[in-house]
Design a protein around this ligand. Structure first.
Ligand SMILES: Nc1ncnc2c1ncn2[C@@H]1O[C@H](COP(=O)(O)OP(=O)(O)OP(=O)(O)O)[C@@H](O)[C@H]1O
Ligand code: SF4
Ligand SMILES: [Mg+2]
Length: 325
């Protein structure tokens, strides 16, 4: 599969200041993250709250500046672009957020909410509105919805508007950040199916961020598991769910009570203990304070991602050891 997005060594630490404005440390939100997204593929990103999923998405859009790394979109490092070329790349990568209510303008009709990004990019109003009708139709909304205000729509309908608004710019990549988390289960399923259909229709590549393992398993070809800013495991969906290698992934799967997957041979205990503060993450392997297999070496050494199967990598010292034995 052709690679459309290649991310290398991306890092972001948010400085924390005291009440007089002096820096007193930082939150390591994204630490040395690397991955690639195949053209028309779907990468699922999963992990507990605060593990850096949204920060990573914002870095990819260059809504915030990273401290380290590269984001290569079709062989161009987005981080080295400015002006027109940056604007063009930004158009190619669109985002759909968790809460469509706060991202839609309540004072504008549904139609104008969708048309707006097009005319903000230089199209005429009539032309933008015509296109907006077409994209509303593509997401299953009618002309009667188009004339309403966002506040009168249901949560699922509002999310469809947000999707239409992202698609009208004809992006190649859509990043959905907890895009179905606020919806009821039945509506969630409809919106997930819509994403699947639109992905085919518009030849999209998707990054699907969710804390919900069901959603990620259903949507993704590849999955990346994050813990406290780091990638702990990544690989093809069926391997991550059928043959998880990292103790965190195993615990996460074991903690999802209704998840209908075979945790092949893991028999892992569910996730225990508190998530450490990202202000002061554990030394060495960041998962060590909750890992049932941790040894004293895990406090000293940082595990690197190691190949555990075809296209499948995990970052655990035990895996490194077994490989070198
Ligand atoms: N602007 C900011 N300033 C300081 N810290 C931040 C900022 N944005 C995020 N963080 C911190 O970075 C870490 C990662 O946050 P992020 O929102 O990326 O996590 P997340 O995985 O998206 O979580 P959730 O599942 O709750 O959405 C958290 O500890 C968060 O508090
Ligand atoms: S490196 Fe150590 S603490 Fe980290 S996952 Fe592996 S065994 Fe557990
Ligand atoms: Mg988030």
């Amino acid at each position: 599969m052709e690679t459309i997005l290649e991310v290398k060594n991306l890092g972001k630490t948010f400085p924390i200041r005291n009440f007089i404005g002096r820096t007193k440390g930082g939150v390591s939100a994204v630490d040395r993250v690397s991955f690639s997204l195949g053209a028309q593929g779907t990468l699922g990103i999963v992990g507990e709250s605060g593990c850096g999923k949204s920060t990573l998405a914002r870095l990819l859009m260059r809504l915030i500046e990273p401290d380290t790394g590269e984001v290569n979109y079709r062989d161009r490092n987005i981080l080295s672009l400015s002006g027109g070329p940056l604007k063009e790349v930004r158009r190619q990568i669109q985002m759909v957020f968790q809460n469509p209510y706060s991202s839609l303008d309540p004072q504008m009709t549904v139609l104008d909410n969708v048309a707006f990004s097009l005319w903000a990019n230089g199209s005429g109003k009539a032309e933008a509105r015509q296109a907006a009708y077409e994209y509303l139709d593509a997401v299953g909304l009618s002309r009667t919805h188009a004339d309403r205000m966002p506040g009168s729509l249901s949560g699922g309908q509002r999310q469809r508007v947000a999707i239409a608004r992202a698609l009208i710019l004809k992006p190649e990549i859509v990043i959905a950040d907890e895009a179905v988390s606020a919806l009821d289960k039945s509506v969630q399923a409809q919106v997930l199916n819509l994403f699947q259909d639109l992905k085919k229709e518009f030849a999209l590549s998707l990054i699907f961020i969710s804390h919900d393992l069901h959603v990620v398993e259903y949507m993704s070809d590849e999955v990346m598991v994050m813990y406290l800013g780091r990638v702990v495991e990544k690989g093809p969906t069926e391997r991550i769910f059928g043959n998880p290698a990292h103790p965190y992934t195993r615990a996460l799967l074991a903690s999802a009570p209704s998840l209908d997957v075979e945790h092949a041979g893991s028999g892992a205990p569910a996730l225990a203990g508190e998530l450490p503060s990202p202000l002061n993450p554990p030394s060495g392997c960041r998962f060590r304070t909750r890992c049932p297999l941790a040894t004293e070496r895990c406090a000293r050494e940082t595990p690197a991602l190691t190949e555990v199967g075809p296209g499948h990598q995990a970052a655990c010292l035990l895996i490194e050891e077994s490989k070198s034995a």
